[in-house]
Design a protein around this ligand. Structure first.
Ligand code: HEC
Length: 122
């Protein structure tokens, strides 16, 4: 009986881990839309600011990037929620910010993308 419980727990655990992995993998593909401007190398300057450590960081604070006044003054701290709103519609979330990106309309896409961002840019 104890053995059966152990096996069931292990299988369920493995399935759950797989599901998370699959979503982040999908998110990595979706990040292609961002990668033109946001490098995955830490500290690398690009069209857009470095996203390493972005979750928990205040918006517009990196010294090596010239942000728009709008983003600097937004008062946003990046979390899953604030990032979700920004990626859905950058101009609506932060009017007059300078990220030239039209937005990602599907909630599932944004969730998978943010799973990847959370893992890859810790
Ligand atoms: C065409 C270039 C471009 C694309 C595509 C793009 N970004 Fe940006 N991103 C920028 C620029 C430029 C800024 C700075 C905006 C400002 O200063 O107003 C920015 C800012 C950001 C910030 C704020 C960072 C900080 O330090 O406050 C985040 C988060 C972000 N982008 C995430 C993304 C994600 C995720 C995607 C893909 C869904 C994406 N961006 C697509 C150019 C881009």
């Amino acid at each position: 009986m104890i053995r059966t419980t152990l096996i069931v727990t292990t299988v369920v655990g493995a399935l759950a881990a797989n599901a998370v992995h699959a979503d982040a993998k999908r998110g990595q593909k979706l990040f292609d839309e961002c990668a033109a401007c946001h490098s995955t190398e830490p500290g690398a300057g690009n069209v857009g600011p470095d996203l390493h450590g972005v979750i928990g960081r205040k918006a517009g604070v990196l010294d090596n990037f010239r942000y728009s006044p709008a983003l600097k003054k937004s008062g946003i701290t990046w979390s899953r929620q604030t990032l979700d709103a920004y990626i859905l519609d950058p101009q609506k979330a932060v009017p007059a910010n300078r990220m030239p990106y039209g937005g990602m309309p599907e909630a599932k896409d944004r969730a998978d993308l943010l799973d990847y961002v959370q893992q890859a840019f810790k």
